[in-house]
Write a protein that binds this ligand. Sequence first.
Ligand code: ZN
Length: 276
Amino acid sequence: MSQPVVVAVAITGSVPRKSDNPALPVTVSEQIESTHAAYEAGATLAHIHVRNDDESPSSDPEKFAAVQAGLRTHCPGMIVQFSTGGRGRDPASRGLSLRHAPDMASLSTGSVNFPTIVYENHATLVQELAAQMKRVGTRPEIEIFDLSHLHGAKRLVEAGLMDERPHVQFVMGVQNAMPADAHLLDILLAELRRVLPRATWTAAGIGRHQAPVMDWALARGADAVRTGLEDNIRITKDRLAASNAELVGLAVEAVTRRGRAVASPAEARAALGLPA
Ligand code: ZN
């Protein structure tokens, strides 16, 4: 029997706006409501960014805490993952939310070109964020935007800042970074197995690449799939996604088509090395 698949939902992100898709949850209460519907549809991991009133990215730790509290109440067992990502945020503030000890936090282990900016992750900042996560008992999800970032993760293990079993996400289809390409995923996976053989893994496809990347990941035995409005706001070229829950429904169908089971909250926690 293959392991059940964790369905992760990235509900908001830092780029899409309500004017792109009115279903995007922006306020704390919208985020809790949208995640709850996604949870009911089968999602067991919520990847969280928070926004200011003008929809710009926020680093306010109290907003993160309010979303976390709402999810703990309404989505029992769901894994709460805070973003420490940098788009539109001051580097010094990216780890502020870690004081609330989320189950997981995203961690980028190197720099890369993005559509309009350089996504800068200085080695010192990466180490500081990893150390903070270790201190509060938050498990990292390593964001891989380039092959060298796998080696950045390996260096954190060697420095004792992370255990040998992080959760790793390959991100494909970001303009100016890695293209969405099945052969490239094979190369990344081979390198992951060489440098971090005990890691769990998933892959995220951005925009129209969401469904194909998910399918490539499932075909290769991924521990998790990732969906949500952060990465993709459309069902087809001509139709916007109605909600995060609709995207989660499609992910559940993709998992089932591959003959695999969707993880329950308890199974998701066990799969990613989190306490029940
Ligand atoms: Zn994110």
